[in-house]
Design a protein around this ligand. Structure first.
Ligand SMILES: Nc1ncnc2c1ncn2[C@@H]1O[C@H](COP(=O)(O)OP(=O)(O)O)[C@@H](O)[C@H]1O
Ligand SMILES: [Mg+2]
Length: 227
């Protein structure tokens, strides 16, 4: 069974009477533990695609399956459960909770998995250490640089060790040294836990880490061929 199946998915947005047809018959399948990168110009629908796959948004039509679940048929409660248990999100603008420390932000993501308190604490500490933030455990998001906030967001998603990680420009604010640390971490999780990754990025340095690189153009996905 494929981990991800996207088949002829369409998604439009309506605002002020205008329709924007963003995703226009996209197809993609991903195996367990596969790492793919999605490239595409600004406004091409990359974030929309991640939101669809993560059960944050619903398609107009088409098939959207993750780990055997048909996302188009899930109710609100089931979708929430799906997001909590199966998916780790690394949002473009981090979405950290401003009133929680780095450690608490990472722990919050793990509480939804129903792990014992001790395990939650040790996993959160482990992943914050792995992204080089052991000295920022008690810091609030506004006390951190953009790159540090992004690393907290990455630790939060990876610590769940989920089936699928959806990452929106995950290295957009990170220096090259940390970029390598983060990519090694992701590769390690990919191999150790068979976690699959869909990574949206413009950063061609990331290409060498990928099993596939795809382009989103005019609402469709196609294999990258240099052009
Ligand atoms: N919630 C929304 N309501 C209306 N239009 C939206 C919404 N989200 C995205 N769009 C539009 O859909 C298109 C694709 O957006 P997006 O997926 O954010 O692109 P990307 O991430 O590739 O830059 C854009 O034209 C954007 O304006
Ligand atoms: Mg985007």
């Amino acid at each position: 069974m494929k981990l991800v199946e996207i088949d002829q998915v369409h998604k439009s947005y309506y605002s002020g009477g205008d329709r924007t047809h963003v995703i226009r018959g996209a197809d993609l399948s991903m195996e367990r533990g596969e790492m793919v990168m999605i490239m595409g110009p600004s406004g091409s629908g990359k974030t929309t695609l991640l939101n669809l796959l993560g059960g944050i948004d619903k398609p107009d039509s088409g098939i959207l399956r993750v780990d055997g679940l048909d996302l188009t048929n899930l109710g609100k409660k089931e979708l929430t459960r799906f997001r909590r248990e199966k998916v780790g999100f690394i949002f473009q603008f981090y979405n950290l909770i401003p009133t929680l420390t780095s450690l608490e932000n990472v722990e919050l993501g793990l509480e939804a998995l129903g792990l014992p308190k001790k395990e939650i604490r040790s996993r959160a500490l482990k992943y914050l250490r792995l992204v080089n933030l052991d000295d920022k455990l008690g810091s609030y998001p506004q006390e951190l640089s953009g790159g540090q906030q992004q690393r907290v967001a990455i630790a939060r998603a990876l610590a769940k060790e989920p089936k699928l990680i959806l990452a929106d420009e995950p290295t957009g604010n990170i220096d090259e040294e940390h970029e390598n640390i983060i990519m090694s971490l992701m590769k390690d999780l990919q191999h150790r836990s068979k976690t699959a990754f869909m990574i949206v990025s413009h950063n061609t340095r990331l290409k060498r880490f990928m099993d596939h690189t795809l382009h989103l153009r005019r609402g469709k996905l196609s294999e990258s061929n240099g052009g």
